[in-house]
Design a binder for this molecule. Sequence first.
Ligand code: 13P
Length: 339
Amino acid sequence: MDTRSELQATVDAMAQPGKGLLAADESGPTIAKRFKTIGLESSEENRRAYRNLLLTTPGLGEFVSGVILYEETLGQKADDGTPFPQLSARNGIVPGIKVDLGKIPLALAPGDEITEGLDGLARRFVDYKRQGARFAKWRAVYNITASLPSRLAIEANADSLARYAAISQEAGIVPIVEPEVLMDGDHTIGRSAEVTEAVLHEVFNALHRHRVVLEHILLKPSMVLAGSEHAQQSSTADIAAHTVRILKRTVPSAVPGIVFLSGGQTPEEATANLDAMNRLGPLPWNLSFSYGRALQEPPLQAWKGQASNVKEAQAALLKRARLNSAAALGKYDASQEKS
Ligand code: 13P
């Protein structure tokens, strides 16, 4: 298959109406932080057992079209000996990989950050593809204060995201472009909207300059909402209205799918907000989820590292996947939370 057909086939399989992604790509330090909440040591076997639980959830493929894995998981095997990427693909879930190497302070720009990982990326893609990865993810992070992010941070991160996306497409791998405007801070929803608009505008400008084919990417943005320390927390209706307005201004309709991160929202909030946005349709893109915490918190807390809790944990994951699938169609009913 030529590269374009390959990218098209992958993006078609991922951006299916009513399906979203499971972000299970926590880095070593992040998964250790998550395991700490259940008093579990982050050993290689515990990480494998946890990812095994998630990926062997019966019926997950009905609601989830792709899973983002961390490099270590891409090379690990399920209980039955099947490598995780092959297991996912067999269940109708496209396997992908987080390829950025995390963020560091942006030089000469106090408070801003930049994501690393471009050097050698084309070479790394050869191995990832051989292991079964069909898409990739790169996360850029923007902190909000009265003066941040700086123009420099907005431009430098847009350039890195676009370079990554171009290298990814050349390798026949669909890039998920993730600019995350953090919800930490006491800023208003208006300030979040202003920053998100500037960030997305610059990202699409850079994607164009780097010749990235918009039909073959997915955008993974944050929702527009007041900072988590702001006195007035945003309502579902306000989050939906602000987010859709900013996306319409900045994201070309050639982009097939927008899959949100949850960023620290509770599982119920993340579902309700996605649903409210889809009820504002028709929208030019498929609007869905690529949640980490909002899908995994309930199963992680149910599991507690005990084999005897696996079934209960899988039921908790399947429930969130099912409710988010409904929200991706604007058909979520909050009364289903009790079932
Ligand atoms: P959260 O949904 O927990 O924000 O994680 C999504 C993700 O992939 C962050 O990079």
